[in-house]
Design a protein around this ligand. Structure first.
Ligand code: ADP
Length: 501
């Protein structure tokens, strides 16, 4: 096992990895930029080293500086977290050159799976359905336009190196194609240093369902089941849950098989996620592979009882996965909300600043993966994620009730946070019935928002109490639905969606 791990990240994910290291008896080393001198990850790590000024290009993204710290501190492995350099093949290569073990896939596997077009070709090669579109970056605008006409609008232009919804443009008509192409390319260039874009048919109202996989270096690849991330604002995940309310054991098996085939074909080792879109007919389409730990990994941890970060470390140290896929069945239900320093009343504008006070929620079924503390100043230089609040329970209903209760307990003063958004979503009838899709939240936010009335709260409470009664009298250990239940639900969803503006 490793003795000392360098964590090439900051915020809640650095804290999460420090905690795993401590439980494993491994020393943790972190780096920090000038504005992160007093950050929680610096306070909790065994050792911390300055790495430069606030802009990430001059600090967290500097390979040379990271390697210098690793050597100086005597680290034997590096964990990239998510974001920053986590999906850049230059990082595992630099680790190899520095005799550090990279806790993640090889540079080759990242290249084979990390770019969206490479991933599509690979998925097609192992008979996994992909969203119709181009398999290579667009080089000839007229050819791409002709394909868009043949597929029919709307279509989506997407950055090959994309992430976080950047470099993506929806094109609804032929006349918009050229300017959308230019916008997508230049946004992709700015965000990823790579202007390549490709074309996909735009699926109407799909659900985003992804499969968590783990692969060891001895040929065992397992699926840990799905997470549903359909609550998105502008193509960015806002709430994630496991299991997906529309999942059936059969569909889980088929999607898990598909994800495992893709991971095998790409020579993947360590934790990764294969993302899919699922349409209203339960047909799934490969979207992309994230060759790293996901922000939303805790919901999988809560329903499987596994610690994904410790497993990542064990896999990188050459250990065999100690379980087979067949032994993993999700138990209960888990849901995560991403708490941001941002102002929902002002178009979700970031709200950095000093946290004057903060009260953390706790109690049954609550987990808070946090990167902040009272008295700390949230810098304006990075993604303003404060914490991930995760609830779990016997059923989806109990989980939602716990999440609502925990959101009421969580108070932060001094900065604005998006907690009000979650209170609203968690009271929406469509959400409670899971009659949602990836555009649902954007549509909901356009509707006028009436202040919640006490009667509907009382009705919700009664519904939840009834659901809880059912759960306690149901011996099944999981909130998974049967094929028949799900079909019924999906039909209900379609009726509901038809009424939407
Ligand atoms: P990124 O890597 O930028 O996050 P993804 O390819 O993972 O981009 O897609 C993010 C989200 O964008 C999806 O969850 C979905 O909401 C939307 N999306 C992506 N491709 C399509 C598509 N072809 N049709 C409809 N929605 C899509």
């Amino acid at each position: 096992m490793f003795r000392k791990i360098l964590i090439a990240n900051r915020g809640e994910i650095a804290v999460r990895i420090i905690r795993a290291c401590r439980e494993l008896g491994i020393k943790s080393v972190v780096v920090f930029s000038d504005v992160d001198r007093n950050s929680l990850h610096v306070r909790l790590a065994d050792e911390a080293y300055p790495i430069g000024p606030a802009p990430s290009r001059e600090s967290y993204l500097c390979l040379d500086k990271l390697m210098t710290v690793a050597k100086r501190a005597g680290c034997d492995a590096l964990h990239p977290g998510y974001g920053f350099l986590a999906e850049n093949p230059a990082l595992p290569r630099a680790c190899t050159d520095t005799s550090l073990t990279f806790i993640g896939p090889s540079a080759e596997a990242m290249e084979a799976l990390g770019s969206k077009t490479a991933g599509r070709s690979l998925a097609r090669g192992v008979d996994v359905p992909i969203v119709p579109g181009t398999n290579d970056p667009i080089e000839n605008l007229e050819e791409a336009r002709a394909l868009a006409q043949r597929m029919g609008y709307p279509v989506l232009l997407k950055a090959v190196a994309g992430g976080g919804g950047k470099g993506m443009r929806l094109v609804s008509a032929d006349a918009e194609f050229e300017s959308a192409f230019r916008d997508a390319s230049s946004e992709a260039m700015n965000a990823f240093g790579n202007a390549s874009v490709f074309l996909e048919k735009y699926l109407e109202k799909p659900r985003h369902i992804e499969i968590q996989i783990l692969a060891d270096a001895h040929g065992r690849v397992v699926s840990l089941g799905e997470r549903e991330c359909s609550v998105q604002r502008r193509h960015q995940k806002v709430i994630e849950e496991a299991p997906s309310p529309i999942m059936t054991p059969e569909l889980r098996k088929r999607m898990g098989d598909a994800a495992v085939r893709i991971a095998r074909a790409g020579g993947y080792v360590n934790a990764g996620t294969v993302e899919f879109l699922v349409d209203t007919h339960y047909d799934y389409y490969f979207l992309e592979v994230n060759t790293r730990l996901q922000v939303e990994h805790p919901v999988t941890e809560q329903v499987t009882g596994l610690d994904l970060v410790k497993l990542q470390i064990a896999i990188a140290a050459g250990h065999r996965l100690p379980f087979a896929w067949e032994s993993i069945t999700p138990r209960g239900h888990a849901m995560e909300v991403r708490l941001y320093a941002e102002d929902p009343e002002n178009n979700f504008f970031p709200s950095p600043g000093k946290i004057l006070s903060r009260r953390a929620p706790s109690g049954p079924g609550i987990r808070l993966d946090e990167g902040v503390y009272s008295g700390w100043t949230v810098p304006m230089d990075y993604d303003p994620l404060l914490a991930k609040l995760i609830a779990w329970g016997n059923s989806r209903e109990e989980t939602i009730a716990r999440l609502r209760r925990a959101l009421e307990e969580y108070t932060v003063t001094g900065i604005k946070t998006n907690t009000a958004l979650f209170r609203r979503i968690l009271a929406e009838p469509d959400f409670l019935r899971s009659e949602i899709h990836t555009k649902w939240l954007d549509e909901m936010l356009k509707r006028p928002h009436a202040a919640p009335d006490t009667d509907s709260h009382a009705a919700d409470a009664a519904a939840i109490a009834a659901a809880l009664w059912q759960v306690t009298h149901d011996s099944a250990p999981t909130s998974e639905r049967t094929e028949q239940d799900s079909r019924w639900k999906l039909d209900g969803r379609n009726r509901q969606l038809d009424r939407m503006p």
